[in-house]
Design a protein around this ligand. Structure first.
Ligand code: MIG
Length: 765
């Protein structure tokens, strides 16, 4: 195998907005995308410059100086110093501090088609990111592979899993940088796991050494930059943020309706119910089983009357069966993956022998998308994409299988995202102005533009629950915000304690879905005894109380890419305690709620509260931060803390997001020493009208120095569904003035100061 190490510069040339540097071995191309983003692509033979992930174009600003031994590319915020002999790429802050440098010995190199970049490893360097991966928050000392895989019964160490996000953030010397290796081949990341502890490295089986370097000096800004580059989520349908009940499978329409009815009977709020693969006729996609689901529309109408939305599963494999519509159409139009000989690839999965749609082609995506009419016509509004790694019995798909112009090994990691894209684009069209809900198991960077994800087949034990939380937090770094884990654990049966505990964590999981495998015990809230049901119900009610805050937090994801569920490494990057394995699962849910996951067997827990003051949500007790506190953690009270100064809008308990409620928006403010503000956002929760300005948005600020709480004027043309705002003050401090739309309202009830008994004021609009 031929080994090559990038050697000496032979020529430097600027063409429009790209700098091209040639060596004997390869050609490097450099673009500036923004003052904090520089792209480097090095290749022996550049492939066509396409990206599934990136939606931005490089800027026209490329300023550089060229001297005998180095080229300097500078933006206002980032410097790339390229040493010429040998050709090496080193990044610095604008004031010259080292962010990340090539290993001077090896830099970028090849063995056959394999391409690797070795980089210097700094003594205190930590790494976070890569999305859905097992292991610790700090990935230092670990290595990973990206190769989308149906990771059945994966454990705490399994790798690879279902999704590929080749993006990480490096932290050292108080500095931050990000790196996105946009290469869809099987790829490898080694964060100082090798025996050579002077370097970290990443590479791929083939393709270009094509990466985007992010130089912003905060994790928040790096996530904003990464999601600027790869896109952000649309506003999700509000109903998808309610409680979701799933199972493999509710076997008949009668069972689906029965479950839905029981939620209403037990007065446990819920919005979504799922049909897993058994609703289909012999697992043929876009069909219904005529015996068990004889009248899909009738069933869905009844669900709608109970304020339930239905989500149905689809897999990519199309059963080889002449006479089956999708098979005939795909066959007639050559929509399926083939071998280079033209022969169609067949893999076996649930329906038996299947062909696999070539989602890399636009005509195929259109056809796939339009086929959802079989589901949208009776009223389905959510579309669950499973098995799209793609998975077939026996896993590996022959390397000679072609998707359009690509061979399987080049694009396996993107197949799932392209299926989700086809599903999203197609159902968006079919649903008119309504927002579809798409959920996918396999993903690549950029999937946030089309779909929610969940973490696949987890297991019903405590450590897996904690792992799931780390994966959710890690996915957030990669710009994924709408994420679920199977609450209760997919494989195996949770103990009642674990079910209760996991459900309480589900309240603070971006997508709150209870799901279980075939053969496991029933999982619904009423299956755990009356006492446990009461706790589960109370926790689900808490989710619904928080929806105004949660929806506003999704607006933040939509606008900035900052995820709803945030590892503490986003806001408290430089606090080394948060990386401690004991505290690494803790996270912020939105701006101001800190959640500490706790095993179901522990009833007290050590929680690390970062700097600032905190209040326990359930008791109002105040704690000083930058400290470990030991707190009670009974099954009915997960440790949840509110940051001092927090502004959290809530509503009364409703049974589904379709219910109007009492019309009171409850603005909770926890007194703190520092000023704070919150952007409250609301729209119809269902349509795309928000893109035309039909929303309701206002900034709420809290200023302890002036003793003010201010509600800005409303932006947007939507009429809020709340006709009253009730201000609820928590903690003790001095608030004298409330300003609404610029008008001063002196707080009534002489409440110039407020205390723990929550003095209330009602303000009419
Ligand atoms: O081969 O559709 O991860 O959530 O319930 C298993 C049945 C296929 C795997 C998914 C799981 C789903 C199950 N599916």
């Amino acid at each position: 195998m031929q080994t090559k190490i990038l050697g000496n510069t032979e020529s430097v040339q600027k063409q429009n907005n790209v700098l091209i540097i040639k060596t004997k071995e390869a050609e490097a191309r450099i673009w500036v995308y923004s003052p904090t983003i520089i792209r480097v692509s090095i290749s022996k033979e550049h492939s066509a410059d396409t990206s599934f992930a990136v939606i931005q174009k490089p800027s026209n600003k490329l300023e550089y100086t060229d001297s005998a031994d180095a080229i300097m590319i500078s933006t206002s915020l980032l410097k790339l110093k390229i040493s010429k002999s040998p050709l090496r790429f080193n990044f610095y802050t604008a004031d010259g501090r080292v962010l990340s440098e090539d290993d001077p010995r090896f830099g970028t190199n090849w063995q056959g088609t394999r391409v690797v970049n070795y980089r210097k490893l700094y003594k205190d360097e930590k790494f976070i990111g890569l999305g859905e991966k097992t292991g610790n928050l700090n990935r230092r000392g670990s290595s990973y592979v990206n190769w989308n895989t149906d990771a059945v019964e994966h454990d705490l160490k399994s790798d690879p899993l279902y999704q590929t996000f080749p993006f990480f953030v490096g932290l050292h010397n108080g500095l931050t940088y990000g790196l996105f290796f946009d290469n869809t081949h099987k790829s490898y990341f080694d964060f100082g796991a090798s025996s050579d502890d002077t370097m970290s490295w990443f590479g791929a089986d083939a393709g270009d050494m094509n990466y985007y370097f992010f130089g912003a000096q905060s994790v928040t800004q790096i996530i904003q930059d990464y999601t600027w580059l790869t896109g952000r989520m649309e506003m999700p349908p509000l109903w998808s943020l309610g409680y979701q009940q799933c199972r493999w499978s509710y076997e008949s329409a009668a069972e689906v309706l029965d479950i839905a009815e029981n939620f209403r009977k037990e007065k446990i709020p819920a919005d979504v119910i799922y049909c897993d693969i058994d609703y289909m006729d012999q697992y043929k996609i876009f069909t219904w089983n005529k015996e068990t689901f004889p009248d899909p529309k009738g069933m869905i109408d009844k669900l709608k009357a109970m304020d339930f939305h239905l989500v149905t599963i689809v897999d990519p494999g199309i059963k080889v069966e002449p006479g089956y519509k999708q098979y005939d159409e795909g066959q007639a139009n050559n929509y399926f993956a083939t071998y280079p000989t033209g022969e169609k690839y067949i893999g076996s999965v649930w329906p038996g022998r299947c062909h696999f749609p070539d989602f890399f082609r636009e005509d195929v995506r259109k056809w796939w998308g339009a086929s959802f009419i079989a589901l949208t016509e009776p009223g389905v509004e959510g579309f669950w994409n499973d098995m799209n790694e793609p998975s077939a019995w026996g896993q590996e798909i022959p390397w000679l299988v072609k998707f359009g112009d690509y061979y399987m090994p080049e694009v396996r990691n993107v197949y799932g995202m392209e299926m989700a894209r086809a599903t999203f684009e197609g159902t968006k069209k079919l649903l008119g102005n309504k927002r579809p809900f798409v959920l996918t198991r396999a993903a690549y960077s950029g999937t946030q533009r089309y779909s929610a994800v969940w973490t696949g087949d987890n297991s019903a034990y405590d450590a897996h629950m904690l792992l799931g939380q780390r994966m959710v937090n890690s996915l957030g770094i990669a710009g994924m915000s709408l994420i679920g884990v199977d609450i209760g654990g997919f494989t195996g049966d949770p103990t009642p304690e674990l079910m209760v505990r996991w459900n309480s964590l589900g309240v603070y999981t971006p997508m709150f879905r209870n799901h279980a495998a075939k053969g496991t015990k029933m999982r619904e809230p009423w299956c755990w005894g009356k006492e446990n049901e009461a706790i589960i119900k109370k926790d689900i009610e808490q989710r619904y109380r928080l929806l105004p805050y949660i929806y506003s937090s999704y607006y933040q994801s939509h606008q900035t890419g900052i995820p709803v569920s945030r590892t503490l490494a986003i806001n408290y990057t430089q606090d080394s305690v948060i990386y401690d394995e004991k505290y690494q699962n803790q996270f912020l849910f939105g701006d101001a709620i800190l959640v500490a996951p706790v095993e179901s067997t522990k009833f007290t827990e050590d929680v690390y509260l970062p700097k600032g003051d905190w209040y326990r949500l359930s008791t109002g007790e105040k704690f000083e931060g930058k400290k470990v506190v030991t707190v009670d953690a009974p099954l009915n009270d997960l440790p949840v803390f509110i940051k001092a100064g927090a502004i959290i809008p809530m509503q009364n308990i409703i049974q589904s997001t379709n219910e109007k409620g009492d019309g009171i928006l409850e603005l909770n403010v926890w007194y703190g020493k520092e000023a704070n503000s919150f952007v409250y956002y609301e729209d119809d929760g269902l349509t795309y009208d928000y893109q035309k300005g039909v929303y309701y948005k206002r900034e709420i600020s809290f200023d302890p120095a002036k003793g003010n709480i201010t509600l800005s004027a409303v932006e947007g043309s939507f009429t809020s569904k709340y006709d009253k705002i009730k201000l609820v003050l928590h903690g003790s401090g001095n608030i004298k003035l409330l300003k609404v739309n610029g008008k001063k309202l002196v707080l009534s009830n002489n409440s110039a100061s407020f205390n723990n008994d929550n003095k209330l004021i009602k303000i009419d609009f």
